[in-house]
Design a protein around this ligand. Sequence first.
Ligand code: ADP
Ligand code: MG
Length: 679
Amino acid sequence: MELNSSIREIKGIGEKSGKLFNKLGVYTVGELLCFYPRGYDIFGQIEPVSSLQEGRTVIIEAALKYLPKVTASGNLKVTRAVFKDTGGSITAIWFNMPFMAKMLHMGTHYILRGRTACRNGVLELHQAKILTRQEYSNLTGTLQPVYHLTAGLTGNAIAKAVKTALCETDLNGDFLPACIRKENNLMPWKKAVHAIHFPKDKEECINARRRLVFDEFFLFALAARQMKKTKGQIPSKYIMNNSVLAQKLLNSLPYKLTKAQDAAWQDIQKDMQSGKVMNRLVQGDVGSGKTIVALLSLLMAAENGFQGAIMAPTEVLALQHYETFTALLEPLGIKTGLLTGSLTAAQKKKVYAQILAQETDIIIGTHALVQEKAEYKNLGLVVTDEQHRFGVKQREALYSKGKEPHMLVMSATPIPRTLAIILYGELDISVIDTMPEGRKPVKNCVVNTSYRPQAYKFMQKEIQAGHQVYVICPMADESENMEAENVISYSQMLREKIPPGTRIEFLHGKMPPAQKNSIMESFAAHKTDILVSTTVIEVGINVPEATVMMVENAERFGLAQLHQLRGRVGRGTAQSYCIFMAGNSSSEVMDRLTVIGNSNDGFYIAEQDLKMRGPGDFFGIRQSGELGFKLADIYQDADILKAANKAVSNFSSGDIIKMCMENGRLKEQIMSYTGTVFL
Ligand code: ADP
Ligand code: MG
């Protein structure tokens, strides 16, 4: 098998499971090998029941104390069985696994592995697996990969496919030149790919990850340098004059730009008038007002006779931008268009035609903007919103839709200056470091689930005052996980707890886009009071009347993500509130949530997050996914980023690319990472 062979060539993957892999974005053997675990299950030692703590995966050895009971709760079948060892007893609970009751016998000793949870002050063991003594001794001390799943595909099936692929593919080629590997003490690629899936121990896992993170940064640094070389200081075909309409729009806004917004806007105007191609990053924390800066820039381009496009990472956000832009720009005679993946073929065709005929001045959309058929007539400015959500690849794809258009990227990720220079080496940077006037800092509280009744009362009070509420759950529906809240069951429960008449809707990523859009629109139009949602609303969404954000199972999110979520409130002049609700109150969880509870400063939070994780602590399941990296985390791996950047800058571009190509596979890897920047 080759890296680019279809996964269908792997023994055991038929049409049906092949489709499930595709759903996870895995089409080829290479993609399967790069479908890294989201974490590892570490098999520890047997613990005495009396010393168990909540919120942990534990192993106990105990005898059945009473015969198991199966009860029904709604459409859920709950099996309960009490186990005891010499020091204590605990109730084990299985959801929708009634057959467990038949498997358990009085007097027998079992080794059970499950997760502890606290309910009504009593510790329980959830969804425990029963291990034979042999299994236990084989697995103790090992790290088992845990993968992102999709309904119908188990972790075991993925692990098995990965094992087969590892055996039957030639992985000897290594694009990273030996001298760079040696200098940075990196293992060969083949070994790293093996070990990232099936590490012998923690140390090997950390080293494998280091190698693969280095690769990501290395290719990134290579691409960034290449872009800088090709772009830096090229003369622009789109030289602009002052925008009269932008001034008119500014005069009509209900607010004045903050000093920082104005400075960014001045930078952009200068760039677009300079005769050189603009490459600018606008960095500003959530809520600092980046959208209006993007809008003014696009307006200036349109007034000068050029088309502009703005790309957002989600449909929900693209639609919201479209509405904001249309409301402000249409009165000025500027024509806007929306292009997203959920349009019908006929609708798309119409939009494509309008774009090509330049009947549309400003096109707002998702990555559908860069699909093959979208052809622009006179694209002078491209904007990427929430840049940290995209890889270099998408940003470049949009850029390459035009003939060296001006480029503006907006990002809310707080990045220390030294890293920003590497990550955004080819860009000039404007920082929006102040918030609009009149904003009150969001008031936070970190609580456990016993606070729910009070939280619901508080939400009702806010709703009566004419405000709106977000509730975030980690899961979409029951199928995913029994241990965390899901939006569907949660909104049902909420309807029972909150007086009728309160308009509650739910939203999650698995819904068809049109439905998502209409739910979001109804919330934005204040036809909904409470929106129960997964993190699909995390990026960019702006509903200033929403004043309460409640995050269920807050322990399941990274601090940076919680900060983004909190950024959905506090966007108007009213006081806003954020309730971080922890599903378990272990001290580790509480310490971490306290950081975000005590600070609204994205920069500080990112730093603390890093400190608390400590370098090399990869066994959790937090992966930022920022800037399109798979494993690399710009905070945690800042040192590797610097090393990779140094490795790249030690050689001339030509030399390094030649060296890498000699070892094969660089082309594929770089292409898959950066699109068409190279070669
Ligand atoms: P972000 O930087 O997160 O993209 P937005 O651009 O969505 O933030 O702005 C958040 C909110 O602040 C919007 O409702 C916007 O209208 C408002 N806003 C932007 N600039 C100002 C300003 N200078 N004064 C008051 N409100 C502003
Ligand atoms: Mg925004």
